[in-house]
Design a protein around this ligand. Structure first.
Ligand code: UD1
Length: 319
């Protein structure tokens, strides 16, 4: 049994990690400001975790949260490319200053390892698929720059202070508990809820942009592997976490429409500013160094996710 701090532990990804760790008997502390996280995500394990409400930019609260911890899973962030384009400052502060505070807190508290939620947006629109970690980053949006800066900080703390850090570049994660009804919601959650309500989703652009959509179970397993991987193989390194398959939005819309019995076409709108055109990961580095193997494929992930939203939003109109 070990002590874990999960930043952003009330959010979509953080809460899945919290549940997994509590279930296997580890001790979990969650730090969340509940700006995008939800108390209900932790309700079933609320009495078995140490829940702290604080902002990542509160350095003292972050240091105090790190004290006594073996591992930090740093998931807390203000996500969304379009949010960062519209309002870069809040996401800059949370994603860069907040990450710096986590590293400083972890260093001062003597934490053994920090696992960081990095983003596939670091690759931008450069040529060459699949994306390999050795490619030079070309971030397009403020969000991509912020998440990449976090990676550079993680690597510097390993090199300079010997704090073990592992960066996991997540590729478009989806699954249960992803917020579906914010203007900044990820596409999968947004489309599922709209289609359940009988509303036609809007595809930005021609719908032929592709993503390496990755079910949340895969991210949970990647984090647990990253915590325990041998330092000589994992520390100071960056790993793609994905399925290694590209699916277009048109294809994804079609599969969701079949699963949900939705019979209308999507609406097509203008391309989104700062959008990456295509995304596809090479996952061999994570496989070799961490032993990472995707646990849940795309279509099975879609089925599980649709099932969860149906249960969660039961009673909402379906066409
Ligand atoms: C990006 C990152 C991802 C990161 C996420 C955090 C890339 C390739 N991926 O995701 O690693 O975790 O930010 O927020 O950079 N779309 C529509 N209609 C909608 C909503 C979205 O067509 O209503 C389109 C977008 O234009 C985009 C795709 O769906 O082409 C995916 O968008 P979204 O779910 O917001 O994620 P990314 O920006 O790709």
């Amino acid at each position: 049994m070990a002590n874990y701090l999960i930043t952003g532990g009330a959010g979509f990804i953080g809460s899945h990690l919290a549940h997994a760790l509590v279930e296997r008997g580890d001790s979990v502390r969650v730090l969340d400001n509940f700006e995008t996280g939800l108390e209900k995500n932790l309700a079933p394990i609320r009495d078995r975790i140490d829940l702290r409400r604080a902002d990542l930019i509160d350095a003292a609260a972050v240091l105090s949260a790190c004290e006594g911890m073996d591992y930090v899973l740093h998931q807390g962030a203000l996500p969304s490319v379009p949010r960062s384009v519209k309002q870069p400052r809040p996401s800059h502060e949370t994603n860069i200053d907040g990450t710096f505070n986590v590293l400083e807190g972890a260093r001062q508290a003597g934490v053994k390892r920090v696992v960081y939620a990095a983003s596939s947006s670091a690759y931008g629109n450069q040529p060459g698929f699949p994306r390999v970690e050795t490619m030079a980053p070309q971030p397009l949006s403020p969000y991509a720059v912020q998440k990449l800066t976090g990676e550079l900080y993680m690597q510097a703390y390993w090199r300079v202070y010997g704090l073990e850090t592992v960066c996991l570049r997540y590729f478009n994660i989806f699954g249960a508990r992803q917020v579906p009804d914010s203007p900044y919601s990820g596409v999968m959650a947004r489309f599922i809820l709209m289609m359940m309500r009988g509303e036609r989703p809007t595809i930005f652009g021609d719908g032929e942009q592709g993503r390496d959509f990755t079910h949340i179970e895969n991210v949970v397993s990647a984090n647990l592997l990253a915590v325990h991987a041998t330092a000589t193989l994992a520390a100071g390194r960056v790993f793609n976490i994905a399925c290694g398959q590209r699916h277009t939005l048109n294809e994804t819309f079609g599969l969701l429409a079949t699963l949900l019995g939705f019979e209308h076409p999507p609406i097509y709108g203008p391309e989104r500013e700062g959008d990456v055109r295509d995304s596809l990961a090479d996952i061999s580095a994570a496989s070799q160094a961490l032993g990472y193997v995707p646990q849940v494929g795309f279509e099975e992930g879609l089925r599980r996710t649709v099932r969860w939203y149906r249960d969660e939003f039961a009673g909402q109109k379906e066409e």
